[in-house]
Design a protein around this ligand. Sequence first.
Ligand SMILES: NC(=O)c1ccc[n+]([C@@H]2O[C@H](COP(=O)([O-])OP(=O)(O)OC[C@H]3O[C@@H](n4cnc5c(N)ncnc54)[C@H](OP(=O)(O)O)[C@@H]3O)[C@@H](O)[C@H]2O)c1
Length: 246
Amino acid sequence: LHRIAGAGGVRVLLRKRPRPSERVTAQCFEVEEGGCSPPAPVCAAGQLGSSASDTIFCRTLHLSVDPYLRCRFNEDTGVDYTRPYSIGAPISSAGIGHVILCGARAKERGLAPGDLVLQPFDSWPWAAACAIPAASVSRVPPLLGWLIPPSALLGAAGQPGLTAIIGVEQVARPRAGETAVVSGAAGAVGHVACQLFKRAGCRVVGLCGSDVKVAWLQQNGFVDAALNYKSASLPVRLAAERADIY
Ligand SMILES: NC(=O)c1ccc[n+]([C@@H]2O[C@H](COP(=O)([O-])OP(=O)(O)OC[C@H]3O[C@@H](n4cnc5c(N)ncnc54)[C@H](OP(=O)(O)O)[C@@H]3O)[C@@H](O)[C@H]2O)c1
């Protein structure tokens, strides 16, 4: 967003909805120059005015693109945990960025310019800079932001990692010596799940959709074996693995 942004920044809006069974293409989006200004008035001290008292104005650092966002392009998402995107409004997702300006009540919540903040789920607008309700973000402790790359807070150290932990430790409950087969193994959730199964002492077989991903999983030691699910030999090779957990 910053690379293609002019002085006023850019926002990415929903131009049209794909049909529910269609792919999302570039035609669904509109890139708008500008629209990234702080809510007026901005006081001399760099504080947002009283009309935006519980708001922060942030520079976007990273945005997350997750599979569940697809349902937000439909008028009816079909799920109860997220809302549909609106035509002409910014696309949004989980995001992370730096606070530039703060309203008075946002300051009372402990936020200040320079803070790294995280919106972990679905409401950080796809904009180079944006105003966000202070209550919707968490401040990232400076030491944490220093120890790990901020983007990891949207990945392995964020919701995808948590999803993998719950799937492996609370649902699958692996025992050492079992064989775990992980689908989407090269994805954000899958590659963490593979590592958690390995740590539990399992033999891990990852399924993925390309030979490049097979090599990536194997070279990083995330799996004991990786299989391309598009290969004709998959049924035979998978049957030979005798999976305990899928
Ligand atoms: N991210 C989260 O925080 C979160 C939270 C709750 C639930 N989930 C769910 O967890 C799953 C994985 O999410 P993710 O965030 O890890 O997504 P991701 O990084 O996009 O990975 C998903 C993987 O699924 C694979 N895939 C796509 N089509 C496939 C098909 N037809 N058959 C088999 N594999 C296919 C793709 O890999 P290949 O190229 O190898 O096919 C892709 O890398 C999704 O169902 C998501 O809704 C995610």
